[in-house]
Design a protein around this ligand. Structure first.
Ligand code: ZN
Length: 548
């Protein structure tokens, strides 16, 4: 017997992937209203219990409030025949229970409690039951592998080694959704309508496959369960009498990793060449898209590609799944199922690895700002002692990102961590995004340690309208007035790929010289780097105004 109607919400509407999950409440029969019946209090060695008899409610929710501490439970479409009243409890934690007709439609039960309580709510055949126990007792009842919700619910890790699973028993919920996160590897199980819920809990499993499990209540009766896993496992989920069982297996493909923790959502495939060249990029694959636009397939010769085959369910706002499939004719296909507006930027790096970046092109209003923290990974840029250019670039880029976002700008970070991205790859991503501005952040180094100051680079363009030179001018003036550094001027650099090949106005800020003692002292100050980011932020907004 299946206890769940397990539905991937993705199949209902792929457009609402990132949106909130909406679930239907029961529709009342016309003219029929539920009744709030007897409320009784009892206690045993662990729990104080409040039994709430109720019929015909279409939805219920709970929240906790303080000053005074209380648990509030609302039942929708319910009449309280007695109007309002209260019940004395005088328990160790439960002081009393009050009930009332909160609105014409909502019956409310308030459980007054003392500090240091833990609670959970579950649904019974006759209504609801609220379990209250000592916070400490509740955490003692949980061990590393099991969290307990009252007498009727639990989340636990079962099995060992390759047979580890997480079993979620939160009653007869109607739907759930599982999405994947990378770095740290996690699966997030969202249950909009758990029938058992309580306060936040955590398991420190440290298993072979499962590292931890976190439970958070979400909304009235929703649950969000985060499962930390030790690698990018494929999973399967199915309803059983014990609950929703999520089990894991190593993906049968290899040398492929999906990264969705930052703006640049991408697959990194080791030692597989799918393109050659740079400016004149030649694909070594063919591609197709299905009629609905959701399935994008890349096919290439299997020879030389040591990747096997297999499937990865993803369920984030970009992709539903990814599959590596070997075809009969000595070819292999990557099958991406996801948002119909996705574009896939395929680029084989000098290292021989291929990155496939999943891109959602911006609207054509040219408001998206691409921030390029120069260098990264094995490309460290300039260096002097402990000061490394790639780190300074990223530091200022991240400060700039948060300043821009605070002011409502649309931002895309080409890298948010210490990863390699080739220069042409940066360009192709920015172009595919249809960004309005491209700002690259660098620091300078030179043989003469006397040279200091700030410069901004651009590539000359004969395009009409706002150009890279216009953008560079704004950037340079902004930095000089904020930083009071030596003016090294605007520089024409048609040789720089990120300036020449980008389709939008692009500028490259060289904030200061790592090789100069004065500039180094400035750069080692947080306040200076923040000022640099602030000036870049102001300049970006000036430029955006000029574009629109
Ligand atoms: Zn640089």
């Amino acid at each position: 017997m299946k206890r769940f109607i397990a539905a991937f919400l993705l199949t209902i509407s792929i457009i609402s992937l990132s949106g909130s999950i909406i679930y239907a409440e029961k529709i009342p029969e016309p003219g029929s209203r539920g009744l709030l019946g007897d409320i009784t209090y009892s206690s045993d060695e662990i729990y104080e219990q409040v039994h709430i008899k109720a019929t015909g409610y279409t939805k219920y929710s709970s929240e906790i409030l303080d000053s005074p501490d209380r648990i509030v439970i609302d039942l929708k479409n319910v009449e309280v025949p007695a109007g309002q009243g209260s019940i004395k409890a005088a328990g160790a934690l439960v002081d009393g229970i009050r009930y009332s007709q909160f609105t014409s439609d909502i019956g409310r039960v308030v459980v007054d409690v003392k500090k240091g309580y833990d609670y959970s709510v579950g649904e019974t055949d006759t209504g609801l039951i609220v379990y209250v126990c000592n916070e400490k007792a509740a955490s003692e009842r949980n061990d590393n592998n099991t969290m307990i919700f009252g007498r009727s619910g639990s989340i636990k890790k079962t099995g060992s080694g390759a047979n580890e699973a997480v079993v979620i028993d939160l009653g007869r919920f109607e739907s759930y959704h599982i999405s994947r996160r990378s770095d740290p590897e996690e699966l997030v199980v969202t249950i909009p309508d758990a029938r058992v819920f309580g306060t936040g809990k955590e398991l420190d499993v440290e298993g072979d496959m499962v590292r931890y499990v976190n439970y958070q209540k979400s909304g009235g009766t929703g649950a969000v369960i985060t499962i930390g896993i030790t690698a990018q496992y494929q999973y399967s989920a199915h309803g059983t009498d014990q609950g929703l069982v999520i089990s894991f297996e190593r993906p049968s493909y290899k040398n492929i990793r999906y990264n969705n923790n930052y703006d640049r959502v991408h697959f990194l495939i080791k030692n597989v060449s799918l393109t050659t060249g740079t400016k004149n990029l030649k694909p070594l694959y063919t591609y197709s898209r299905d009629r609905m636009g959701q399935v994008y397939t890349i096919t290439f010769p299997s020879s030389g590609a040591d990747i096997g085959e297999g499937m990865l369910d993803i369920g984030d706002e970009h992709l539903k799944s990814f599959e590596v499939r070997k075809n009969d004719n000595e070819t292999t296909s990557f099958i991406f199922t996801g948002h119909p507006e996705n574009d896939y930027v395929v680029f084989t790096r000098d290292s021989g690895d291929t990155a496939i970046t999943v891109v959602r092109p911006a609207p054509s209003d040219r408001k998206l700002v691409v921030i390029d923290a120069g260098h990264g990974g094995t490309a460290i840029g300039a260096a002097y002692g402990k000061l490394i250019e790639k780190e300074l670039n990223l530091d200022i880029a991240k400060r700039l990102e948060s300043l821009l976002k605070e002011k409502g700008a649309q931002v895309y970070m080409l890298r948010s961590d210490d990863s390699n991205v080739d220069n042409y790859e940066r360009v192709y991503i920015a172009n595919a995004l249809r960004a309005g501005l491209y700002l690259s952040i660098h620091h300078n180094g030179t043989k003469s340690n006397k040279t200091d100051g700030t410069m901004t680079l651009f590539c000359p363009s004969s395009k009409p309208g706002f150009t890279g030179k216009d953008f560079a001018k704004i950037i340079q003036e902004g930095m000089l007035s904020a930083l009071k550094t030596t003016d090294r001027g605007l520089r024409t650099r048609p040789d720089l790929i990120v300036l020449r090949e980008t389709h939008m106005p692009a500028a490259l800020a060289e904030v200061a010289f790592l090789t100069n003692a004065g500039d180094r002292a400035r750069l080692s100050s947080d306040a200076f780097r923040q000022k640099a980011a602030q000036s870049l932020c102001d300049s970006v907004f000036k430029a955006l105004k000029r574009i629109s």
